[in-house]
Design a protein around this ligand. Sequence first.
Ligand SMILES: [Zn+2]
Length: 308
Amino acid sequence: MHRSSTEVKGQGEPGFHFRNPSVGAACGWPENNSYGPATPGLRASPGFLSIPSWCRQARATEEACPPRPSPVEGEGVLRIPGLAAEAGLVHGFSTMALGSMRGPAPDGGPLTPARRAFAEVLGLDPGRLTAAGAVHGAEVARVEEPAGVVRGCDAVMTDRPGLPLLATFADCWPVLLYDPVRPAVALVHAGWRGSAAGIAVRAVAAMRREYGSSPADLVAGLGPGICARCYEVGEEVAGRFDAARARPAGDGRFRLDLEAVNRGQLEAAGLRPQRVHVHGACTRETAELASHRRAADGVRFACLVAIR
Ligand SMILES: [Zn+2]
C-alpha cells in the first residue's frame, strides 16, 4: 500500500513548490545532441573511467574530449566503489544495456519490464520495488512496505531490509545516503530545484528524525549526473546558488556545479568528507547513461538501493 500519509515534510517546513516545471530543470532543458566538452576535475572511479592522456590533453586545451571507453561493468550496471564496499547495502545504476527505466508501467505501478530485469540483476525482489514519483520537488517519504510509486516525492527512505527503492534520472543527480549503524537508506533525486531547496539536507534530517541516524555515520554516494562543464543555466537559476557553484560562462549563461552543491550540503549537514563518494561519470558525456541534454527522448536510467 502507499504510505504517502507518512511523508516527511522536511522538519515541518511547507512543501516545496515551483512555478514553472518546464524551465531549467536538469531533466527539462533544450539541449543539442552532441557530446559536451570534457569535464575538468572529473573523478575517475577505480575500475571504471580512467582518463587517457589524449583526453587530458584535450581538456587542457578546452577542446571536446574524444569518446571515452565504455563504462559498462558486468551485467550493464554501474556502482560507486565506496558504496559497493558497504556489506549491508545493495546499490546500482542501470545503463542503456538494460534499456530505458522510465515509468510507470502501463498499470500505473512501478514495475516495467526493464526495471524488473534491473532488480533481478541486483538480486532484489522486483515485486517489492518502490519508486519515487519525482517532481523536481523536495519532499522526503518514509517507506515501510512496498508502496508502488510514491507520488510527489523526490526522496524516499527506508529501514526495512530487502525493500528496493528506485528513482530515475537523465542529468539530475542521484544522492544515496546509507546509515550502516541503524541501518537505513535514502535515495534522492536532486536536480537544480531540489538542490536549491536543499533536498539532500532534508533527507539527512529526515533520517536523523525518523531513524535516529547520526550524520557522522552516514555514507553518501553522488552521481552519475551532469557535470559543471556541461550544465549551462540562465541567470534565474544561477542566482539560486552560491556564486562559487555557478560560474559565468558568457552571454549571460552560467555553469552550475550540482555535484559541488550537494557535496557542500552534505558536509554542512555533518557528513564526513571522506564518506561522500562520487561516481565520476557525467551523464551528458557518457553514452551508456541517459541524458536529457544530450537527447531529449524521454529515456531514463535508474538507481536502485536496498538494505540487505
Ligand atoms: Zn559533462
